[in-house]
Design a protein around this ligand. Structure first.
Ligand code: AMP
Length: 420
C-alpha cells in the first residue's frame, strides 16, 4: 500500500526544529507582553465573506489563494489566510473596541494556496499584533519598536522598509493617474500585469516584470499628491524612529498585497532569504473596523512569518566568530592579545578570536576569512606606535577605518548589536 504523505506545502515540525520554533514564539510573546499587549485567539475557519470584504476581492489572496469550501449547511467558509480580518471580526463581535484602546497579539497557523517554494508554504505560522483606537503616528512607531526589540532578542537585523499610502482620496487620484499612465503602454505589458491594471493597479508597483520596473521610473508618484494630514503623520513616525535610532529606508513602491491599508505601511526584509525575503509587514488600517460593521476606529498592526524567521536563524546559527585579531610583530601581538582580553570583558556578546602562530598579513587574513568573522582588527608597527588599529570588514560594504584604541569599543558597538 502507498504510504500517505503530508499535503504539499504543509510541513511537519519535527522535534529538532520544534525547539527553535518554540524559542522564536517565546521571544515574540515576551516582547508583546512587555509592551502590555494581550493575547487573542480566533478560529481557523471564518465565513468567506469576511475575507472578501476586508482583504479585497481583487487581491491575489482572495482571488487565487484561499482554501474555500462549502460545509454541510452549504455555507461558504474559508481557512484563514491572514489574521487581521479575524481579529477585527472577533474584536467587534465581543465589544472589545468601542471607546477603548486595545493592544492585542496572536499566534497561529494560516493557509494560502500558493505555489510552494522556499519561504512559501500553504500552511504557515504567523505572530501578529493589532492595535485599536489610536490614530497618531506614535502607535505606528510603537509597533515598530516592539518589532525592533523582537529582532534584537533573536539576534536578527532585517531591513525596515517604510512607505505611506496616504488617505483613500489621495490614493484614488493616484490610482487614476497610474491607470492612465500604464494604459498608454498596455500592449507592452504581460498578461498578469494587464489584469492588475484593470483590477488592482497599485499592485503593478511590486510587479517583478522588467517592463513594469522600467516604466515605473516615470510613473506618477503618490508623494506629490499627499496632503497635510498624510505628510504630518508620516513625518511624525519618522521623527520617533529617528529619535530611537531605528534605521529604515523609504520605498515609494511598497504597497503590500491587501486592500485595507491607509497611511503607514512597512515591511521587514532579510535579503539573504532570496525571492521571499519579507519576514513580515503591516501598517495602518483605519477603515477596516467600520467596513466590517463596527464603529469607525483607527487601527494598526503587523504580522510576521515564523518559518522565514526560523530560516534566518538557522542561516545565522553558525560557529562563526565575530571579530578576528591580526597582529604583525611581537610587540603588536602582545598588545593585541591584551586588547582582545579587554574587549571580551567589555563586550561579552562578541566572539573574538586571536590569531595564533603569527604568519604574514595575507596568511592571517586567510585564517580570519575561514573563521567566518565579520570584522578583523589589524595592528602593525604603524598602528602600534599610533595606539590604533585598523577595523576592516570582511563581508559587508562597510569602509575600512583606523580607530584609536580608546575608541575601539564604541566603533565595534556600532556594528555589532547585542543579542540580549
Ligand atoms: P502578509 O500577510 O502577506 O504580509 O504576510 C506576512 C508575513 O507572513 C510574510 O512576510 C511572511 O513572512 C509570512 N508569509 C506570508 N505568506 C506566507 C507563505 N505562503 N508561506 C510562508 N510564510 C508566509
Amino acid at each position: 500500500m502507498n504510504r500517505l504523505q503530508s499535503v504539499r506545502g504543509m510541513h511537519d515540525v519535527l522535534p529538532d526544529e520544534a525547539q527553535l520554533r518554540r524559542r522564536i514564539e517565546q521571544v515574540w510573546m515576551e516582547v508583546a507582553h512587555g509592551f502590555g499587549y494581550e493575547e487573542i485567539r480566533f478560529p481557523l475557519v471564518e465565513s468567506t465573506e469576511l475575507f472578501r470584504r476586508s482583504i479585497g476581492e481583487a487581491t491575489d489572496i482572495v482571488a487565487k489563494e484561499m482554501y474555500t469550501f462549502e460545509d454541510r449547511n452549504e455555507d461558504s467558509l474559508s481557512l484563514r489566510p491572514e489574521g487581521t480580518a479575524g481579529c477585527v471580526r472577533a474584536a467587534i463581535q465581543h465589544g472589545l473596541i468601542p471607546n477603548r484602546q486595545q493592544r492585542l497579539w496572536y499566534l497561529g497557523s494560516f493557509f494560502r494556496h500558493e505555489r510552494p517554494q522556499k519561504g512559501r508554504l500553504r500552511q504557515f505560522d504567523q505572530f501578529g499584533v493589532e492595535t485599536f483606537g489610536m490614530c497618531g503616528p506614535d502607535i505606528d512607531a510603537e509597533i515598530l519598536l516592539l518589532g525592533w526589540q523582537g529582532w534584537q532578542r533573536l539576534g536578527l537585523s532585517p531591513r525596515l522598509v517604510l512607505n505611506t499610502l496616504g488617505n483613500p482620496d489621495e490614493r484614488l487620484i493616484w490610482r487614476k493617474q497610474l491607470v492612465e499612465y500604464f494604459s498608454q503602454f498596455e500592449s507592452q505589458l504581460e498578461e498578469d500585469d494587464r489584469r492588475r491594471l484593470k483590477t488592482n493597479p497599485l499592485r503593478l508597483l511590486d510587479s517583478k516584470s522588467k517592463s513594469i520596473q522600467d516604466l515605473l521610473e516615470e510613473a506618477p508618484q503618490l508623494e506629490n499628491l499627499l496632503g497635510e494630514e498624510s505628510r504630518t503623520h508620516f513625518d511624525g513616525l519618522r521623527e520617533t524612529l529617528d529619535a530611537h535610532g531605528i534605521d529604515y529606508a523609504i520605498d515609494p513602491r511598497l504597497v503590500r498585497g491587501l486592500d485595507y491599508y491607509d497611511f503607514t505601511v512597512f515591511e521587514w526584509v532579510e535579503e539573504s532569504l532570496g525571492a521571499q525575503s519579507a519576514l513580515g509587514g503591516g501598517g495602518r488600517y483605519d477603515r477596516l473596523v467600520e467596513q466590517l460593521g463596527g464603529r469607525a476606529t483607527p487601527a494598526a498592526g503587523f504580522a510576521l512569518g515564523l518559518e522565514r524567521i526560523r530560516e534566518c536563524l538557522e542561516a545565522t546559527a553558525t560557529t562563526a566568530v565575530d571579530v578576528y585579531l591580526v597582529a604583525l610583530g611581537e610587540e603588536a601581538t602582545a598588545r593585541m592579545c591584551a586588547l582582545g582580553m579587554q574587549l571580551r570583558e567589555q563586550m561579552p556578546d562578541l566572539r573574538i578570536r586571536t590569531n595564533m602562530e603569527a604568519g604574514s598579513m595575507k596568511a592571517q587574513l586567510r585564517r580570519a576569512d575561514k573563521s567566518g568573522a565579520r570584522a578583523v582588527l589589524i595592528m602593525g608597527e604603524e598602528e602600534l606606535s599610533q595606539k590604533s588599529v585598523v577595523l576592516k570588514f570582511l563581508r559587508g560594504p562597510e569602509e575600512q577605518q583606523t580607530v584609536l584604541l580608546d575608541n575601539i569599543k564604541s566603533a565595534l558597538a556600532e556594528h555589532f548589536a547585542p543579542t540580549g
